[in-house]
Design a protein around this ligand. Structure first.
Ligand SMILES: [Zn+2]
Length: 144
């Protein structure tokens, strides 16, 4: 075995502050970091589940629903967060981006519907955990 990058990582197991389901769209990576830091979550206590579509992957009809839900369940089982944050964002390529909708309001209405479905999916699978659903656009984070 050849070490190609020396770095010391903590060996201790941890309890997560939060589990986050977030789209891997890198345009929102700085927002991901800034928002979670603003919430006071410790950087090394965040279970990140990044996948195409973020919370949208947990909505009804998503082909990724079961595997992503399994990841959320494993995070909660292993690291016992009190909170799960489900994120959805504007212009998400998972559903064809903003151009797939007839205007911003239509797009936001669709996100509102799928976030509710995603909340229901997680609530039914993992009772007792607090679920927050947020919507991100190019100006910040919103509740829908
Ligand atoms: Zn996306």
């Amino acid at each position: 075995m050849e070490k190609i990058f020396p770095f010391v990582s903590p060996k201790e197991h941890y309890t997560a502050d939060v589990t986050v389901v977030w789209c891997f769209d890198a345009r929102f990576r700085p927002l991901f970091n800034a928002y979670l830091q603003s919430r006071g979550f410790a950087e090394n206590r965040i279970d990140e589940i990044k996948c195409a579509g973020g919370a949208r992957a947990l909505a009804v009809g998503s082909p990724d629903r079961d595997p992503i839900l399994e990841q959320v369940k494993k995070s909660v089982l292993l690291h016992n967060p009190q909170t799960v944050i489900l994120m959805d964002h504007i212009d998400c390529g998972y559903t064809g981006g903003s151009k797939a909708f007839e205007g911003r309001e239509h797009e936001i209405d669709d996100h509102r519907r799928t976030l509710q479905e995603s909340i229901k999916t997680v609530r039914e699978a993992i009772p007792g955990v607090t679920i927050e659903a947020i919507f991100a656009d190019f100006e910040g984070v919103h509740l829908l």
